[in-house]
Design a protein around this ligand. Sequence first.
Ligand SMILES: NC(=O)c1ccc[n+]([C@@H]2O[C@H](COP(=O)([O-])OP(=O)(O)OC[C@H]3O[C@@H](n4cnc5c(N)ncnc54)[C@H](OP(=O)(O)O)[C@@H]3O)[C@@H](O)[C@H]2O)c1
Length: 415
Amino acid sequence: MTGKRLGVGIVGGGFVGRFHIRSWVGVRGADILGVVSRTRRSADGAAALARQLGVGEAKAYASITEMVADPAIDALWICAPNFTRIPVMEEIARAVQSGKGKLVGVACEKPLGRTAAEAHRVRTLAQDAGLLDGYLENQVFSPAVTRGRDILWSRGAALTGPPYLARAAEEHSGPHEPWFWDGELQGGGVLNDMMCHSVEVARYLLTPPGAPRETLTPVRVAAHTSCLKWRQPRYADQLKAASGGKTDYRKRPSEDFARALVEYRDADGNERIVEATTSWCFVGAGLRLSMEVLGPEYSMAVNTLDAGPKVFFSRQVTGESGEDLVEKQNAEMGLMPVVSDEEAEYGYVAENRHMVQAFLTGRRPAENFDDGVAVTELLMAAYLSAEQGKTIAFPPDGLAAYVPAVARGTWQPRP
Ligand SMILES: NC(=O)c1ccc[n+]([C@@H]2O[C@H](COP(=O)([O-])OP(=O)(O)OC[C@H]3O[C@@H](n4cnc5c(N)ncnc54)[C@H](OP(=O)(O)O)[C@@H]3O)[C@@H](O)[C@H]2O)c1
């Protein structure tokens, strides 16, 4: 595609689709030219946002097939809910393979699938259709992570030895749409929703820059899940009301807390540890991403709520609630942290620049569907460990066919 700009179509005009569109102000060589969504209204809204930001003359399409058929569209970003992955990817593959249109690549939000089987299927569909594939894990593109990792490895690790422990956490007070709370639709609870980020960013921090993913081999996974807040009657009632009666955490909870320890071996057989924890029951200023790396003579720490300016509002400032200071904001009063440029700081800008450059030059992105499959397999092993209450040797037998109890609607926290 030398000399050409990449025409991008977004599938799913909701929360994260709009995050990607906003990030495009920092992306070169590509324009957002289309949006498909479940309803015309959200497709029109997201397309209007792209035009308003000047990141592309986007228009709404009636279907994925129609968007693929437009010669202006070269690549798709899949930003639709988890339960639509397979039908969305099947329609893309069908449209390309039947010659309705041409695409260079497809980039897909996390998770690649709700189970290992789904993630494998998504990768196979993309490969059989001859598409380049990008796995949209924004945290491995976050400037704090990439810059911190470069410095640790080039100074501390080069002189005193590689890091041996990475911790990562993603926490907020709960998702914004009812489908996330439904174990079957989403594929699980907070473990599936957010630990995908934490296990991947921690693995990335422990992997030498430039080395392939296989440099670290997972050997054991131990996890614990619970529902600490949202099945309490008061909060279960809130969820029920917000979902029009569909979500009932008194009867069918999903986990709102999860921790996992993934034990790796490096190329020389040394132990490397990833410690990941996630919750939907953290009440602080808003979304908090934290990471730590420990090596023999050095360490690194990131906390997204500590990085930017802070503002203070007295109790006289009683405006409307919003998310203008930080994603998943919980309050508007007192001393409040501000994440000044969320699209850049969480990694969306660098992620999309990378994906665009890879697609324009015909290269497979560095973060691709192999990574999406690997992350899903680790999460499934974590669910298995939490269900069985024991450490799981990785990969466990039957991983491909395993569906977590929470995704089957049968999970209950241990008494
Ligand atoms: N990287 C991250 O940190 C991050 C953050 C959030 C979400 N995500 C991931 O991104 C995906 C979307 O999440 P979200 O928060 O954006 O959810 P959301 O706010 O519910 O938005 C999903 C959008 O997809 C549309 N949609 C539903 N079914 C569709 C279909 N079959 N084809 C095309 N569009 C369809 C919906 O349309 P209507 O509006 O018309 O109903 C909605 O606009 C999920 O897989 C999620 O895990 C990633």
